[in-house]
Design a protein around this ligand. Structure first.
Ligand code: UDP
Ligand code: MG
Length: 347
């Protein structure tokens, strides 16, 4: 028999101790999703009922200015199990996810977008992976044709750069859509930083992970919330949060330039000694001046990026501010399933 790998041994051990009927928390950040949220509930409830597990929804209203919160609180009052956390303003998806994971009571949590770009049916496969002993089961986008070419190629570049610079392995084309075990939630909650680049944090905490490939469909309704400026800042947050190489690289750049400058000075001295003084050289002076001013500004800017983030961390402000919590029905297998049927009749 082949010797077992460390992963196999761990996964087998975990498999043996999985609780029979875990509570599942579905963590859903929502920001102005009134067009799609009802579709989302209709698509997810049958899948959740199919799992046969007790489940709860944990919605995080990330400062929506439309009817999202109203629709959800009506559903919760009407027997939807779980709760709606209202943030006091828009804090961004990463902060919303932190809030949701903190409020999730489940033994397992599934993080899912409200726009149905993360197919709910995948939850069943994720559960199989969890039962097999994996603590993280994430959706891997094999087909991103629903994203624009520009978004796909910039995302590809980002993943390559990130994995080269940071010392952790972040799978390319994995979104936030994933199932995580309680041990992973607890590990994430222990990370004190305010820069919540979740994909990086997921990778940083580690644990045994399994990927489930899927094709990412386009948004069901409503509009995407990220523009290129937001994505650029998101990428910067990701990189600066997980690698200090952009800060340190200037040391080597500076060293290289110094060696070059020294060699050039030597050459100039020799030339003057041999051939006498000559004045021309305006062009080379200007080029050198402009080039190195540029490099200096760039390096100062890079330092600025880190100082700004240090400043944010040093202020110790909370990641989000809760405005209110609306409780729905308690998570209960039978009650949940029964109510789902009732609601189906009403519609
Ligand atoms: N979202 C959020 N806060 C934000 C932006 C987005 O909670 O500031 C939520 C949004 O409601 C959705 C999920 O994050 O459930 C993903 O958003 P979107 O579909 O716009 O992102 P994309 O699919 O383009 O990555
Ligand atoms: Mg989307």
């Amino acid at each position: 028999m082949q010797p077992k790998s460390a992963t196999e041994i761990y996964v087998n051990r975990r498999q043996a101790t999985r609780p029979q009927s875990p509570l599942l928390s579905l963590v859903v950040p929502v920001f102005n999703e009134e067009d799609v949220i009802t579709h989302f509930l209709e698509a997810t409830r049958p899948v959740l009922n199919q799992t046969g597990l007790a489940y709860e929804y944990v919605f995080i209203d990330d400062g929506s200015r439309d009817r999202t919160a109203e629709i959800l609180s009506q559903e919760l009052a009407g027997g939807l199990p779980g709760r709606l956390l209202g943030l006091s303003r828009n804090f961004g998806k990463e902060a919303a996810l932190s809030a949701g994971l903190e409020a999730a009571k489940g033994d397992i949590a599934v993080i899912i977008d409200a726009d149905l770009q993360d197919p709910p049916e995948l939850i069943l496969q994720m559960l199989d992976g969890w039962r097999a002993g994996y603590d993280v089961v994430y959706g891997l986008r094999v087909d991103r044709s629903s994203d624009t070419l520009m978004k796909r190629s910039t995302a590809g570049m980002f993943y390559r750069l990130f994995n080269r610079l940071a010392n952790i392995d972040m799978p390319a084309n994995a979104g936030d859509f994933r199932l995580i075990d309680r041990v992973v939630i607890d590990a994430l909650m222990k990370l004190p930083e305010r820069n919540r680049f979740m994909k990086g944090l997921f990778a940083w905490v580690g644990f045994q992970t399994m990927a489930i490939p899927y094709e990412r469909p386009p948004r069901k309704a409503g509009a995407g919330k990220f523009n290129y400026w937001k994505l650029w800042n998101f990428a910067l947050d990701g990189l600066t949060g997980f690698t200090t190489l952009p800060l340190r690289v200037w040391f080597y750049g500076g060293a290289l330039v110094s060696v070059g400058a020294f060699a050039y000075a030597l050459y100039l001295t020799l030339r003057v000694l041999i051939g006498g003084i000559d004045v021309p050289g305006y062009a080379s002076l200007m080029v050198a001046l402009l080039f190195f001013s540029g490099v200096q500004l760039l390096s100062i800017g890079m330092i600025g990026e880190y100082i700004a983030r240090l400043f944010n961390e040093a202020k110790q402000r909370p990641v989000y501010v809760l405005q209110d919590v609306i409780e729905g029905a308690p998570a209960n297998v039978d009650a949940a399933n029964g109510q789902a049927d009732e609601q189906a009749d009403v519609r």
